[in-house]
Design a protein around this ligand. Structure first.
Ligand code: HEC
Length: 145
């Protein structure tokens, strides 16, 4: 194997760890700002997607849905220990298991949208979009102040 590839493989865990240390090292204000920015993106992508679900433009919806998936997956990592604040309820840190389940349900609903897009199935796409959108209120009611 090429020495550069070997070095890269050895360094991957360090990159992963340094990434984690980064978020722990950030101030509460920075982490809250990032959470807000992430949620704004989630709101923007889901609003953009809604009219598209009726358009049959599957390539365009796919692009937005992938961005939504990315933003939702990233969101999960933005609640490290000691970073309580913003509009995030303290309950997130007290009942992490339930919060993680809510996020995982949200992520799964976005993955289900991706399946509808792959199948070019407009009916299931609209159903899955509605399921995805219902996660917003369910989570906010419990975990957002
Ligand atoms: C698993 C939980 C969860 C899901 C699902 C979720 N949110 Fe949120 N949302 C939060 C939390 C927690 C905050 C507060 C973050 C903070 O202030 O640190 C928030 C904040 C927001 C904000 C900023 C609110 C403000 O007053 O500034 C918007 C907008 C928002 N969410 C929209 C959405 C939309 C739209 C969806 C669905 C497409 C969604 N959220 C799904 C947990 C969630």
């Amino acid at each position: 194997m090429n020495i550069k590839i070997i070095l890269f493989l050895i360094l991957i865990p360090f990159f992963a760890i340094s990434n984690e240390v980064n978020i722990e090292d950030k101030s509460v204000e920075e982490v809250v700002k990032q959470r807000m920015a992430n949620m704004s993106k989630i709101k923007a992508y889901s609003s953009k997607m809604y009219p598209m679900t009726m358009s049959g433009e599957f390539d365009e919806i796919k692009e937005v849905n992938e961005k939504l998936l990315h933003a939702a997956t990233e969101f999960k990592e933005l609640f490290p220990e000691g970073k309580q604040g913003g509009k995030a309820s303290n309950l997130i840190w007290e009942d992490r298991e339930t919060f993680d389940t809510y996020i995982d349900n949200f992520i799964k609903s976005i993955q289900d949208i991706a399946i509808s897009i792959e199948n070019e199935d407009s009916v299931s796409l609209m159903e899955n979009f509605n399921i995805m959108a219902s996660n917003c209120g369910t989570c906010h009611k419990k975990f957002k102040n």
